[in-house]
Design a protein around this ligand. Sequence first.
Ligand code: G4P
Length: 285
Amino acid sequence: MDYQWYPGHMTKAKRAMQEDIRLIDLIIELVDARMPLSSRNPDIDEMGKNKARLVLLNKADLADPQANREWCAYFLERGVQALEINAKSGKGFKEIGTKVQEACREKIERDRRRGIQNRPVRAMVAGIPNVGKSTFINSFAGKACTKTGNKPGVTKGKQWIRLHKGLELLDTPGILWPKFEDQSVGMKMALIGSMNDDILAREELAAQLIGFLLDAYPGLLTRRYGAEEGDPAGMLERIGEVRKCYKKGGEVDFEKAAALLLEDFRSGRIGRVSLERPEGKKDGQ
Ligand code: G4P
């Protein structure tokens, strides 16, 4: 996955989202639990300002459990319902219904005052590429749904997935463009594997990851690789030695060691790590 977003792409994505937003009550915003702020586009706040909002911290299985709890509290403190989920396994799905009700409380109250009862909440899923939108829609909708055809007053071609408990989901997600406000966002995006990393950048990325882990998760690299922590500069070499990443001549193959470390991190084999913590808490601690 390579992020190549040009102004034309952004305008198109924005227009498509704005069109869909008119049809819905609730935006289900997917973010990556390992970096909830860097993996969201704050423009959605403006675009969806009159809509209810639910934030799903997806890939929570890969993130630090303590950080997941802190992030849920962070969003709640700001008046936004949030929930950690694993779109792949379905963990956390059971609570979505209640959270949707909470997030749409005002709409439901309004309906009731007008004598409208049990009108389903219409929702759309939105998020930046690779955050898990398709996985979520497919697995959340699962078999417990029926696709509804076009509805009067609804743009032709839109498909709604009718879920139980009064929720209808637009079957195509809104795609938000990533917001590279500073270098660290690009770096984190590359670390989780959402950007192409060429061979040279891979070694640099591995070095960044090692620096971060030694500081925020001391002991983790030793537990995983049995390599002694200490001098960060020699860490990749020690991981290469332990994992027998050697070139033909017998010297450590740094490229291979870097690829191995990054893959272990991205798949969660290294352990559950969060790259961001809410403001006021040190990253990763
Ligand atoms: P998108 O529509 O937002 O672009 O994302 P998509 O669903 O394609 O998911 C991107 C990748 O993230 C997929 O991996 C998917 O399996 C993985 N993923 C989605 N949700 C979760 C989750 O909660 N936990 C974990 N661990 N992974 C998740 P992939 O490698 O591209 O595909 P695959 O090999 O898993 O099929």
